[in-house]
Design a protein around this ligand. Sequence first.
Ligand SMILES: C[S@@+](CC[C@H](N)C(=O)[O-])C[C@H]1O[C@@H](n2cnc3c(N)ncnc32)[C@H](O)[C@@H]1O
Length: 286
Amino acid sequence: MTKKKQYILQDYVSRPDSIKHHISELSWNRGIENFFLENVPFSYSTGLDYADRIISLIHKHYLLNKKKTIKVLEIGSGSGLLAYRILYLLHKQKRPYAKHVQFIITDFSEAIINQIKKGGIFSDFKDQVSFKVLNFLTDDYKSYSSCDIVLMTYLLDSVPYFHLHKKGTKLYETKIQTTFDEDYYYVDTTQFPPLILKQDQVKDHFLNKLKQKDLNTLSRSSRNLDEHYKQFLLHKDSPIYNSPILKDFLAEYTDKSFQFNYSENVCIALNNLFAALPKKCNDSHI
Ligand SMILES: C[S@@+](CC[C@H](N)C(=O)[O-])C[C@H]1O[C@@H](n2cnc3c(N)ncnc32)[C@H](O)[C@@H]1O
């Protein structure tokens, strides 16, 4: 079989600059339908089994602290279904503290938060929930300092990070090239008749749509994009290489070789979050 000719849409870049990452970040503006349109998995992370595991954590906190109200902050809540299932189970299991668990449900997508508020799934638990738009990476946590438990489920792989590979004393970054093949048709239905492009005609239009953040065209087209990976030695003057948090982390594993995803912003956000929370909140995790 002859190999199809590949056209480069974007040459090797770090993951946060890649086309698929940009489209993925934009896609949350759609609201909850994004889970269905982009096949984002949510069955386990919003299901009853997982909710029951979180209840065991809430229970442990209750036994340890005997506080009247237990405040749970959920960051990157998506559909809000996990909080709903936890509240539903707490009441079904007749936990003595069922009525005293207070959820603050947050996500950085205003569309998602507005849909959960209007959707009515919390009608049985109206007094136990509140909703906020919160960006985990850029907002501060001062107003959440009275929370007892923080939930983040499938959040960290949605934020920008770098793919790194430590091989002995050397550090490599895996970068991403994005291509499409000669049979691919780019279809822009924002005009009528639709604009249909192929091969050399595609790149400029596609990148323009990326600048304009035209999610509909981008997400339909992105299904036919291919990613290729290549490792690049990290230079000593690269900001990632010089990140103090990364240096400390690597110093613990001097001789080892392993691959990992790294985001300094996530480390900083987690440190800020832990600093804002009461000490007890930092003591237990599942
Ligand atoms: C993969 S979904 C997981 C949703 C939900 N926790 C679940 O398990 O079904 C990631 C969620 O994180 C949100 N998100 C992405 N980046 C965020 C950020 N910087 N701050 C807060 N939420 C963010 C998205 O809007 C999305 O709802």
